[in-house]
Design a protein around this ligand. Structure first.
Ligand code: 1CP
Length: 353
């Protein structure tokens, strides 16, 4: 384990740790990426996969939104499928589509093949983290991984999906195969987070973006034990850990449970649930992150300003309801068509409140 930076003044780390911060911290999921012209210029010369396995490019793309927006945290530029690729799964990230898996995982035999996978070192990722820790000054760096369910959804469907039908069918009809797959993915997720933590990231976020497709009962039976193992597997590092998903109103309590409700845990909330309501759902002592609807930014500044002020007010109510901190974010990622100037203005506004 490497020595980590000590950033006691960083508002993001303070809010995530339940301490008083000097201002409301703000960062944006997908802040690095297609909304930025400087990102599109770099990507025109490199495929997404090339970028994800090149330390200099990872570093540059991670820094772009820091320079431009003055956000309170950087998120490592990578993707949730990078550890699968590094372990030898044949996949690509296709422009305007997302991850596409050459041989989707549908049977017990397919899972058996995955079992032999092991995450070796991912030098580009560790080198990039070390470079970034040197470049970022007092801005914390968030590492991340996909949660086992969301990774499984790409592997089983073969690519992006709305209803996750094959994934849920496997889960319900072949529970032994399902749990075997989730075991493998849990190990891979822990290993990918450790690569980043050992190289020096200051916090981690686990993206279970598509868990909201499940009922609470199915989440508890088929997902929670595995996601809990992810958080338990990296808890010893003692850094803030965030658990995020979309459409998870009914799952927020269980998602908080998966973090182990250790000190320094954060639950991400989308725009469908008020932060005050989320605070009662997750239980006292957990910080909340969110939750401006990313589509609001497409409606222009006056609408964005009003909605952002409402999120900040809601965050204050959440603190009153027991949340240990509030980190301002969108309820999901920045839409590629967002005017980046509005994101910069939004950071300034939240910092002024
Ligand atoms: O700020 C950042 O962009 C950080 C880097 C980052 C992160 C945290 C990327 C780069 N991807 C992710 C996580 C990720 N990847 C998630 C979880 C977060 C979320 O819900 O948004 C998911 C579900 C993916 C899978 C993925 N990769 C998608 C979604 C597809 C779908 O199912 O709808 C897409 C479009 C990608 C490609 C991708 N990843 C990242 C970028 C910048 C891009 C676009 C690549 C390009 O065409 O330039």
């Amino acid at each position: 384990m490497s020595t980590r930076r000590d950033l006691p003044e960083a508002p993001y780390l303070a809010a995530a740790s339940g301490l008083t911060s000097s201002r409301i911290p703000v960062w944006f999921m997908r802040q690095a990426g297609r909304s930025l012209p400087e990102y599109r210029a770099l990507r025109a010369q490199n495929t997404m996969m090339e970028a994800c396995f090149d330390a200099e490019l990872i570093c540059e793309i991670t820094l772009q939104p820091i320079r431009r927006h003055g956000v309170d945290a950087a998120i490592l530029f990578s993707d949730i499928v990078v550890p699968l690729r590094a372990a030898g799964v044949d996949l690509d990230i296709v422009a305007a589509v997302g991850p596409v898996i050459a041989n989707p995982v549908r049977t017990e035999a397919d899972v058996a093949v995955l079992k032999s996978l092991e995450l070796a070192r991912i030098d580009a990722v560790s080198d990039a983290v070390r470079l970034l820790v040197g470049e970022l000054g007092d801005v914390p760096l968030i590492g991340f991984a996909g949660a086992p369910f969301t990774l499984a959804s790409y592997l089983v469907e073969g690519g992006p999906s709305k209803l996750h039908e094959r994934t849920k069918a496997m889960m319900l009809a072949q529970p032994a195969t399902w749990h075997a797959l989730m075991e493998v993915l849990t190990d891979l997720t822990i290993a990918f987070l450790k690569v980043q933590l050992d190289a020096g990231v200051d916090a981690v976020q686990v993206f279970d973006s598509w868990a909201g497709t499940l009922s609470l009962a199915d989440y508890r039976t088929f997902v929670l034990p595995h996601s809990s193992r992810v958080f338990a597997g990296v808890a010893d590092y003692g850094v803030p850990m965030t658990h995020f998903g979309v459409g998870t109103a009914e799952l927020l309590g269980a998602m908080a449970e998966a973090t182990g409700r250790r000190p320094k845990t954060v639950v991400g909330v989308d725009w469908r649930t008020s932060l005050a309501d989320a605070a009662t759902r997750v239980g006292a002592g957990t910080a909340l992150q969110g939750n401006l609807d990313p589509v609001v930014l497409l409606a222009g500044w006056p609408v964005t300003e009003k909605a952002a002020r409402a999120v900040v007010d809601d965050g204050r109510r959440a603190l009153g309801a027991g949340a240990s901190g509030h980190i301002f974010n969108l309820g999901h990622g920045v839409s590629p068509t967002t005017d980046p100037g509005l994101l910069t203005d939004l950071v300034e506004l939240v910092h002024s409140l």
